[in-house]
Design a protein around this ligand. Sequence first.
Ligand SMILES: Cc1cc2nc3c(=O)[nH]c(=O)nc-3n(C[C@H](O)[C@H](O)[C@H](O)COP(=O)(O)OP(=O)(O)OC[C@H]3O[C@@H](n4cnc5c(N)ncnc54)[C@H](O)[C@@H]3O)c2cc1C
Length: 387
Amino acid sequence: MKTDVAIVGGGAIGASVAYFLKLASPSLGVVVVERDPAYSLASTPRASGGVRRLFSLPENIELSKFSIPFFESFPQVMAVNGTPAEIGFKKGGYLFIVPPSSREMLKANYDTEVSLGCNVTWLEPEAIKAKFPSMFVGDLGAAVHSPDDGWLDPHSVLMGFRKKAQSLGAEFVADEVTGMDRQGARVVAAKLKSGATLGAECFVNAAGAWAQDICAMLGFRSPITPLRRFEHYFECEDPIEPLPYLKDPERLAFRPEGKGYSGGVPTLAEPRGYNFETDHSYFENVVWPALAHRFPQFERTKCRNTLPGLYDQNDLDGNVIIGPGADGLGNFHMLAGFSGHGLMHAPGCGRAMAELILKGRYETIDLARFGWQRVINNAPLPERGII
Ligand SMILES: Cc1cc2nc3c(=O)[nH]c(=O)nc-3n(C[C@H](O)[C@H](O)[C@H](O)COP(=O)(O)OP(=O)(O)OC[C@H]3O[C@@H](n4cnc5c(N)ncnc54)[C@H](O)[C@@H]3O)c2cc1C
């Protein structure tokens, strides 16, 4: 089997790349190799669905500024045969809250967001209290509210990209990449579990939390590791006013969902690995105290469901690695290491990857600083503050 572009992994990222490639170049051969079309362990369907412009790095803000309006028009843009691709986008807003010690950091990020044209509001503790009367603000220094952000259904986003890419001629092959053939500075083929070989001009590593395995097949290490985190669904017996997606520096992150809330407290202390065990005490020991501290109503909360999922955690700096150059390979592109931001940046990064492959350069958002070179230089480019 031979094609122009072979994409390893058909989650939100691989499917988005396939879509943007076929959109820009209809005659291009695009094959996505996805070993599990049910996506039973993939990260995308397990994501919380938050989409926000609140970042410190201009690249991440620009990716969100493209991706979030894209999600708003997703049902129409991704419609196939007249059937809209609904993704349940809820413009419920985002709220970052910080203690007094982090005020300056939040202000610097806020200034960057404003300078890039984001609709964001600075809130002093009294203003936070006036807007969200149930919240304990006694230990807070400030907040930033981003009313145009929100959340959506991750599985629907994945299916929307996948179906649209297929309708444009991208081929999704249900198989597993088990080896990669390289000749010098080029990858020439992917070996598949079925015994088939897939040759291509260009390869994209969109294997998410499994990206390191694809790198290992080529004989090099990447800083991307699987990091387990839990998404909990919990309900509260006492009513709280409508809340946005709320995040604090202790990594508490949650949003309204149906009759209750969805969220959790990811931790970098988690040992890396493909661990899908559920720790049922995590909510009670870690999440619940953080919730009850912030809102007295959560003293009487019930965790109804806990779902483990994997971050494709970039242990260098928590940001995506995009583009060629890993281990000197010119036609092998990384697109992983999102560390919890991959769903919201799937449109922007899919488009960026299509630009790189088709034009050899970024045409819209310059993501050069997110390239492999920083791994070689051991020069982390982290987000400041809440991540
Ligand atoms: C609990 C949780 C909450 C999250 N919340 C958010 C959020 O609010 N907002 C946000 O933007 N992001 C969030 N994320 C992160 C987001 O889910 C990921 O960054 C994003 O889904 C990554 O997409 P992907 O396509 O790279 O990975 P995946 O969806 O995991 O897709 C990778 C695919 O590659 C396939 N694959 C792997 N190896 C091979 C192989 N050898 N051969 C063939 N196929 C292979 C896998 O089967 C998989 O389907 C969250 C993640 C988790 C776990």
